[in-house]
Ligand binder design. Structure first.
Ligand code: PMP
Length: 298
């Protein structure tokens, strides 16, 4: 029999059917809150501390006070995995402003709601890593950094959702977003990298992208493997003429892009650098992480 999934909601574990929030929660009414997506590999939570730090930075930026210390929240993530007996999982941590009245003013919200959901991971299909994916550039621009900073992982994901809708209209699942000046920023849920003449480039944070945890891990791995790795501003043209293009994210890990706006990238299949980085990344993730179980089950 399948074990019933338990979700942490406001101080206790409840069954999935009981894990409901009020329609007066400002996370629901206004997208007022922050979140994280975290991954667990064979009982190791990948870069938990980095995710928790980013969550607290996002919360600080929107003046949302998380009612737990960072250590308590990290322990909660681990506890959620334990009560569900999960080894390979995707975790969603949500902190919303909480239940208030219908007005915008967050001062009506007495207490933030903290939610931790851990699910068996639905892996990206293996074929996608073998074939690579096609993407397009969409008309929707990345939020300007001085409006709602893309560095804040807020519950307001409309910018990204509009990108997904546009991508879907073009028959693809992911897209490139440009910033307000036309420079390449990121995907709807992934950071972007290009490889040219052995050098690896990704847009710097100020162009308007989330500082992806996977992005940072890949930058470190690339550096350790001896690649020239730089943060640099680039345009669509640079993407079209790159030898390789790939995306990084908690869900996607490292995925090759083989076609952009109808232009075939490199030889139209995942390149050697992308493959090497993915291989190295998958090696690191099982070694480097917070252990959920004292005695690993595997
Ligand atoms: N950009 C956006 C907009 C995202 O939502 C995500 C996924 N969290 C990423 C990039 C990749 O970040 P990470 O590697 O931390 O998952």
């Amino acid at each position: 029999m399948m074990k019933e999934q338990l979700i942490f909601l406001n101080g206790q574990f409840v069954s999935k059917k009981d894990a409901v929030v009020s329609v007066y929660d400002h996370g629901f009414l206004y997208g007022d809150g922050v979140f994280e997506g975290i991954r667990v590999y064979e009982g190791n939570v990948f870069r938990l501390q980095d995710h928790v730090n980013r969550l607290y930075d996002s919360a600080k930026s929107i003046m949302l006070s998380i009612p737990y210390s960072k250590q308590e929240l990290s322990d909660l993530v681990v506890e959620t995995l334990r009560v569900n007996g999960l080894l390979n999982a995707y975790i969603r941590v949500v902190v919303s402003r909480g239940v208030g009245n219908l007005g915008l003013d967050p001062s009506s919200c007495a207490r933030p709601q903290v939610i931790v959901i851990a699910e068996e991971l639905a892996l990206f299909p293996k074929e996608l890593y073998e074939s690579g994916i096609e993407i397009v550039t969409v008309a929707t621009r990345r939020n300007r950094s001085d409006v709602l900073s893309p560095k804040v992982k807020s519950l307001n994901y409309l910018n990204n959702i509009l990108v997904r809708i546009e991508a879907g209209l073009s028959g693809v699942n992911e897209a490139l977003m440009l910033n307000d000046q036309g420079y390449v920023a990121e995907g709807s849920a992934d950071n972007v990298f290009i490889v040219k003449n052995g050098e690896i480039l990704t847009p710097p944070g100020y162009v308007g992208a989330l500082e992806g945890i996977t992005r940072n891990a890949i930058m470190e791995i690339a550096h350790n493997l001896g690649f020239l790795m730089r943060e640099e501003v680039f345009t669509r043209h640079d993407v079209y003429v790159a030898d390789e293009v790939f995306l990084t994210g908690t869900a996607a890990e490292v995925i090759a892009v083989v076609k952009v706006d109808g232009r075939t990238i490199g030889e139209g299949k995942p390149g050697a650098v992308t493959n090497q980085l993915l291989k190295e990344f998958r090696k690191t993730v099982v070694e480097d992480g917070v252990k959920v179980y004292e005695k690993q089950i595997v």
